[in-house]
Design a protein around this ligand. Structure first.
Ligand code: 4NP
Length: 155
């Protein structure tokens, strides 16, 4: 991952998992002094323009993250603008592959960087869960972000 300079985090609605991933990635990249372009988007458009879900904002703020981003939908030119596109689950991967001009080689599962996960593990959708699901999701993302940034920093 040493050539990666721009990362897009993707989930379904862009109001729960991918904004948390964006916030945690931004915080950790800043802590490590890494100059990375970081953004997030959803494969669906239902929540475009909205702030993250209040439960995601609470969880992210408690972890020292800026959670003031607005939801947007994945666009075809995201595959040109970003070196790495991180999907939270397998259905996100399937939807990303349907985007015109999709570059499959840029797509990876977020948890493929979590050392405690098997390669196939997902960041599950917490939308219909409670606050404890958001905490679990954030913990998975924290581990994956550490693993990802370690691999980007490897010479
Ligand atoms: P996210 O969660 O993909 O982690 O942002 C969801 C948010 C909204 C919906 C589904 C999942 N929804 O159906 O509106």
């Amino acid at each position: 991952m040493s050539g990666v300079r721009s990362i897009l985090c993707v989930c379904l609605g862009n109001i729960c998992r991918s904004p948390l991933a964006e916030g945690i990635l931004r915080r950790e990249a800043a802590n490590r002094g890494l100059d990375l372009t970081i953004d997030s988007a959803g494969t669906g458009g239902w929540h475009v323009g909205e702030l993250p879900d209040p439960r995601a904002r609470t969880e992210g703020a408690a972890r020292g993250c800026d959670m003031s981003m607005c939801a947007r939908q994945v666009q075809p030119d995201d595959f040109e603008r970003f070196d790495l596109i991180l999907a939270m689950d397998q259905s996100n991967v399937r939807e990303l592959l349907r985007v015109p001009g999709a570059r499959p080689e840029k797509i990876r599962m977020m948890r493929s960087f979590d050392p405690t996960a098997r390669w196939s593990d997902e960041v599950p959708d917490p939308y219909y869960g409670d606050e404890s699901h958001f905490t679990e999701v954030a913990e998975m993302i924290e581990r994956a972000v550490e693993g990802l940034l370690d691999s980007i920093e490897e010479k």
